[in-house]
Design a protein around this ligand. Structure first.
Ligand SMILES: NC(=O)c1ccc[n+]([C@@H]2O[C@H](COP(=O)([O-])OP(=O)(O)OC[C@H]3O[C@@H](n4cnc5c(N)ncnc54)[C@H](OP(=O)(O)O)[C@@H]3O)[C@@H](O)[C@H]2O)c1
Length: 302
């Protein structure tokens, strides 16, 4: 697929590296090299993952060299500091230098602003992006957890297109979808929590990257095989059996069926599970199957 309005070709499933600091060196090597062998060559990082350790573990595990670098797409995020969010030019530039050092690379393919900074000065962000681009340190830019007006504010100053918005989205955390289905109704499902970010991103060619595609709540746990979601698991298992794939594959296939052409960011650290996630690109759900899974999660139609 193409990332946003850029010309960058990327795999449809991105490999999140937030949890790889739970692996020992051998496991990390097996995981990241296995991902490349699978064609899952897009890796999502952030300077805060493991306090920078995840990026270092990744560079060691993949044996970073210019030949390896040419085969992979590297995305990382900046803007979170202990106790504050910080989109100042100084913080963005210093953070990217740290990321490049830890990843042992001279450039990032994609840089995302991690979480909206209430004190953002968009003109400063624009200066930081221009400098990173002209220094050859970052090729494409995007955001994470931002609503349309926050992106509009940035776009008034920032020259580069915003190519991605990484947002929390799974079958059980689908408010950006439920609000669109329940417009103008009285119930909880109609609450628009994100300013119609889904339609905004589609209109503006910004790729949505769903984070935590298997979690319910805010990192409360995995909904698959979980007693709290009996109907959802039954529906997922039934559709999965029809396609002869696992429930893990089905959870990603449900996201990929949405015509917004999203790029889910998985968080598994197990090569076998990553293989199941990547297999989702081969599954194309019918409208009935997609809605059956949507409803089984407790989401409603008006
Ligand atoms: N932009 C943001 O604000 C933001 C926030 C959070 C995360 N992220 C990004 O999104 C990525 C994914 O987040 P996440 O790790 O919370 O996502 P996730 O894929 O929903 O969860 C992964 C976790 O679930 C476990 N798991 C258990 N059963 C599983 C199954 N059947 N299938 C898949 N996973 C299963 C995994 O364990 P095993 O390792 O044992 O498989 C792993 O601990 C992160 O790595 C990061 O890159 C971004």
């Amino acid at each position: 697929m193409t990332l946003g309005s850029s010309n960058l070709q990327v795999p449809v499933v991105a490999v999140g590296c937030m949890r790889i600091n739970s692996l020992d060196a051998g496991e990390a090597e097996r995981f990241v090299k296995g991902a490349v062998d699978l064609g899952a060559t897009f890796f999502d990082h952030a300077d805060v993952y493991g306090d920078g350790r995840c990026e270092e573990i990744f560079a060691d595990a993949i044996d970073m060299s210019s030949a390896v670098r040419d085969q992979i797409v590297l995305q990382s995020k900046v803007g979170i500091r202990p106790g504050a969010f910080d989109f100042s030019k100084k913080h963005i530039l210093a953070s990217v230098d740290g990321i490049l050092r830890r990843l042992r690379t001279e450039h990032l393919d994609v840089l995302l602003l991690h979480r909206p900074d209430a004190l953002v000065e968009p003109a400063e962000v624009a200066e930081a992006f221009d400098k990173l681009e002209s220094d050859g340190k970052v090729r494409h830019f995007g955001v994470s957890n931002q609503n349309p007006m926050q992106m509009e504010l940035l776009r008034r100053w920032v020259r580069q297109p915003l190519v991605a918005n990484q947002l929390q989205l799974s079958i059980t955390n689908a408010t950006m979808i439920t609000a669109g289905i329940n417009v103008n109704m009285l119930g909880e499902s109609s609450v628009d929590r994100d300013g119609s970010v889904l339609d905004y991103c589609r209109l503006n060619d910004i790729t949505i990257q769903p984070w935590s595609p298997f979690q319910y709540g805010f990192f409360e746990g995995v909904f698959l095989g979980n007693d709290k979601f009996p109907e959802l698991n039954k529906a997922i298992d039934e559709v999965a059996a029809r396609y002869d794939v696992s429930a893990t594959t089905m959870a990603i296939a449900w996201l990929l069926r949405h015509p917004a052409q999203m790029q889910p960011v998985t968080g598994t650290t197990k090569p076998e599970r990553l293989t199941e996630c990547v297999a989702a690109s081969e599954v194309h759900l019918t409208r009935e199957e997609w809605y059956a899974i949507y409803l089984a999660a407790g989401n409603i139609l008006p």
